[in-house]
Design a protein around this ligand. Sequence first.
Ligand code: SF4
Length: 224
Amino acid sequence: MNDKEEYLNYLRQRKSSEKTNYYLAGEKELQKIRSEYTDRRPRLLLHACCAVCAGWPLEYLSETFDITIYYGNSNIWPAEEYEHRLSELKRLVHEAWNDRIDIVVPAYDNEAFNRILEPRKDDPEGWKRCFLCYEARLDEACAYADEHDYDYFTTVMTVSRQKNSQKINEIGKALDTKYPHVHYFFSDFKKKNGHIRRNEIIAEYSLYNQQYCGCMYSYRPDQD
Ligand code: SF4
């Protein structure tokens, strides 16, 4: 099977196959967490790619967790865009959270990250290049969470309708095995009107809402 056939096959299967409801899996986990953590709030490292995607997950998760944001997004190109998304995230944390949430910003290295993506640079958005991208960023966040004694880690990316939540959750779950001291929190933040609240927060804080996903391969000059 060539690449194109494999992709079309994947799209067909994706439409017809039964999907796991990761929103419900997350809700179930929240109930368990609330019954287990009776003497303290669990610590969660939240990978966030931008302010527009972080707004709703922060509201939802802060009811249960003490959150630290991890802005590990070396996929974003160019550097000015990476900086702009970071400054919007900082502004949201300042205006909506009174700076009560810390943001960890690891070193930005788009050149190294592109070496991961480059072999699949011609893929359509949502295909294997994106799976590599999800995995690299989640792995980096999970390694940090594991090393710094977080109880849980997850990503805001499932709030986006453009991202494959099934794949993101599968990758997150697999990292549980690789990093046994930290648990992946299942999510599908767009569900139960999460996407509506996302848009309300964007309007409320006049957040910069980028027109492309992030890497140089997803950028189209006519989007400017
Ligand atoms: S389109 Fe988005 S998710 Fe896919 S590789 Fe580029 S930055 Fe990553």
